[in-house]
Ligand binder design. Structure first.
Ligand code: GDP
Length: 424
């Protein structure tokens, strides 16, 4: 029996992983977040309402599912306590019975957010367009061994000294490098009291919990954030996130390094979108882009997403590095109004066409080679059966499937839990 499954993004993120996790968690006992933090959100629409989860695993809406924030997560206590409160106020049960935090997760401190914003300001028009949630400074510090582990909250004297030492160093950077204000010991102590203390009941050795769960053949789901093209090592560097989003990293960041991931569900969006700067070969502009953005609701807060046709070069690459064994294709309904559906089938680089993903540094010199397929021109959001999909929509799905070489098992035609076509 399969024990460990991962749900991961194949493209730039925002593929609709949250809705897929929410749908599929009925078949799992444990859902684990293994990387990332408050920088990207998973949108879930269900009977409790519409939610944007940033840190909590998307299994929190299911009774009997245990949700774990693994050691690889950027644990932002302020963000997490607020997220927990919001869900609780809407009647969602969040308690140490169904939410656990790894004692080995590092804390994202207030100075990480500040340093993120200060560095973006320093870069001016060369800024990376980060979410300013402190993710890059956090992971830099983690690798420099200058973070505090959640478990240290249980050892107040150790914690106090550790925080004092880090604060002294961080203030050198805040004031010396950026000419900004120093943080005070009192500010940090109050922050710990307000945002970390309430989390203590959730913090434990989640590694032993997961090892027991695996031993007892519990079904474990690793929930990835962002997508393959944002992976720190395999994505479009430096326009990546600062952690490893790939399924191969899931057991390590989850806290169960000896686990094997049996199934990898890759989530692919029926067209492309990208947030922030960096090469985006298949990008559409003008009216065509505005229409797609509008119908697809491609905006995060006040940040409009860049959009384009499905990028088969990037998608094939994403499927490969994620080691996807099956695919969920989302937002097919968004394409319903298009007369003809564009697909970026290859890239053109220096007058040669390629279907391999080029080295990141030459990506902005690539041009998309676009082909078109006939559109279906009708609403498909109520279709629940593959055979009820118009032939043009079936052909589009099959073309993607043939191209990436992995079965498309689910087709999502709306944001709601039930708006799904199961196949194969
Ligand atoms: P994630 O980061 O991969 O979890 O993606 P998001 O949560 O950002 O999802 C992208 C958006 O698409 C959200 O607003 C979802 O509610 C919405 N969405 C997901 N699947 C579908 C779908 O099949 N059709 C439509 N129209 N919207 C969808």
């Amino acid at each position: 029996m399969d024990t460990c499954t991962a749900i991961v993004g194949i493209n730039w993120g925002d593929e609709g992983k949250g809705r897929m996790v929410d749908l599929l968690t009925e078949s799992f006992d444990v859902v684990v977040r293994y990387q990332g933090g408050g920088n990207a959100g998973h949108t879930i629409v269900n009977r409790y309402g519409e939610f944007m989860l940033h840190l909590l695993p998307s299994g929190v809406f299911r009774k009997n599912v245990v949700n774990i924030l693994g050691n690889g997560v950027a644990l932002d206590p302020q963000h997490l306590t607020e997220e927990i409160k919001t869900l609780q106020s809407k009647g969602v049960e969040i308690s140490p019975k169904n939410v656990m935090i790894s004692e080995r997760a590092s804390l994202l401190m207030p100075w990480h957010r500040r340093l993120d914003a200060l560095e973006e300001s320093r870069l001016k028009d060369k800024k990376m367009d980060t979410t300013r949630k402190g993710i890059a400074p956090f992971y830099s510090d983690k690798y420099a061994k200058k973070t505090v582990l959640a478990g240290e909250l249980f050892y107040p004297e150790v914690l106090k000294q550790h925080l004092r030492d880090l604060l002294e160093w961080k203030n050198l950077i805040l004031t010396g490098v950026y000419g900004d204000e120093a943080e005070t010991e009192q500010m940090i102590d109050e922050w710990v009291e307000t945002y970390c203390e309430p989390l203590k009941p959730f913090i434990r050795n989640t590694g032993t919990y997961l090892a027991d769960a695996m031993w007892n053949h519990k079904r474990i789901l690793f929930e990835g954030q962002l997508g393959a093209l944002r992976d720190l090592d395999y994505g479009i560097y430096p326009f990546t996130t600062s952690s490893n989003v790939l399924s191969a990293y899931a057991p390590i960041g989850a806290g169960i390094p000896n686990a094997r991931v049996d199934r990898v569900i890759g989530v692919v969006k029926a067209y492309s979108s990208c947030v922030g700067t960096g090469p985006f070969v298949c990008e559409l502009f003008g009216e065509e882009a505005d229409n797609l953005r509008k119908i697809g609701n491609e905006v995060s807060g006040n940040r409009p997403h860049r959009v384009g046709p499905i990028d088969l070069v990037a998608t094939r690459y994403g499927v490969k590095v994620q080691n996807a064994t099956e695919i969920a294709l989302t937002k097919l309904d968004v394409l319903s109004k298009l007369e003809r559906i564009p697909l970026c089938v290859r890239y053109k680089l220096y007058d040669r066409e390629t279907d391999e993903m080029p080295f990141p540094s030459v990506l902005d010199r690539c041009e998309p080679v676009v082909e078109y397929m006939p559109g279906w021109n009708c609403d498909i959001s109520n279709v629940r059966n593959w055979w009820d999909l118009p032939k043009e929509a079936q052909d589009y799905v099959k073309r993607i499937e043939d191209n990436v070489g992995v079965i498309i098992k689910w087709i999502s035609v709306g944001p709601e839990r039930h708006s799904i076509i199961r196949r194969g």
